[in-house]
Design a protein around this ligand. Structure first.
Ligand code: 2OP
Length: 312
């Protein structure tokens, strides 16, 4: 049976995600946006690339300006990228509330037509918005997953590979916690060909890599000026989509609803998760040092603040 993925939001993250899914041949894609014309135009353009890319994926673009999500019916996965970027003068709370309203409408629309879908939430501030999507959808916690850990870990791996001048294929990084300035890169669990980076890099170089990873999103925003990253985010989304659609049972850092794991209760946080056809099939608990645990709790406190503002 053909798989179907809805990508909500036709901006750069949404459209590059749609492109990656179509190019990979993993499934059919429906791209939605509140704009008229744009999703249809991008989808048609993408569809016209498939004879060259030699993939039979079908692509459709629809406007949901009227609140009609019927075309998304029976999606296996819904990737939610819709929302406002942070604008000058906008507080974190303003962004939070604006994107909560957007995502609430989206989740109500898609959940009605795809009650068995797995939601991958990307909209920022991601952890709190993922929690909102979880509450609004009423879906089981295994079917609402936030994307950030794969992205943040990829950023860390890029910096480690550059520093050691080794193949990125040799590097495996682990970043846990919320997708914010308090995220928790774990050098102890980050390896090059199985060797911990603690053995390969000085404390100072590791500290610099950890700091650059934490600020990875902002570094790109500062360069682009008018937008945020999309190539690495969409690559990260694709890895999660593939793990789910192919039932790979792949362990990836994802934001999921914790109920006591890592000593955190009732909160979305990035932790290692086994991804398969049922979504987040298992949360993997790894032993943390007192220092790592304190960093994770600090990150949880930041996410908790946002979640409390929303009351979700
Ligand atoms: C990023 O980290 C903005 O969350 C986005 O690039």
């Amino acid at each position: 049976m053909r798989k179907k993925v809805t990508v909500v939001g036709g901006g750069f993250v949404g459209s590059t995600t749609a492109q990656r899914i179509v190019d990979s041949g993993l499934g059919d894609v429906v791209m939605t946006d509140i704009l008229e014309g744009v999703p249809a135009g991008k989808a048609l353009d993408l569809a016209e690339s498939t004879p060259i890319g030699r993939t039979d994926a079908r692509v459709q673009g629809i406007s949901t300006a009227s609140g009609n999500y019927e075309a998304t019916a029976n999606s296996d996965i819904v990737v939610i990228t819709a929302g406002f970027p942070r604008k000058p003068g906008m507080s974190r709370d303003d962004l939070l509330r604006a994107n909560y309203d957007v995502v609430k409408g989206v989740v109500e629309g898609v959940a009605k037509h795809s009650p068995n879908a797995i939601l991958i939430v990307v909209t920022n501030p991601m952890d709190a918005i993922a929690q909102a999507a979880f509450k609004v959808s009423g879906f089981p916690k295994s079917r609402v997953i936030g994307m950030a850990g794969v992205l943040d870990s990829a950023r860390m791996s890029t910096f480690v590979a550059q520093e050691l001048e080794v193949s990125v294929e040799n590097v495996h990084s682990f970043v846990l916690g919320g997708h914010g300035d308090d995220m928790v890169p774990l050098p102890r669990y980050s390896t090059v060909a199985g060797i911990s980076i603690l053995e390969l890099l000085s404390k100072e170089r590791i500290a610099a890599i950890v700091d650059r990873t934490r600020k990875g999103g902002a570094e790109i925003v500062n360069l682009l000026k008018t937008g945020s990253a999309y190539y690495a985010p969409s690559a990260a989304i694709l890895e999660m989509v593939e793990a789910i659609l192919k039932d790979k049972k792949k362990i990836l850092p994802c934001a999921v609803y914790l109920q006591g794991e890592y000593g955190i209760n009732g909160l979305f946080m990035g932790v290692p998760v086994k991804l398969g056809e049922k979504g987040a099939e298992k949360i993997i608990e790894i032993k943390l040092t007192a220092e790592e645990d304190a960093a994770l709790k600090k990150s949880a406190a930041s996410v908790r603040e946002l979640v409390t503002v929303l009351g979700v």
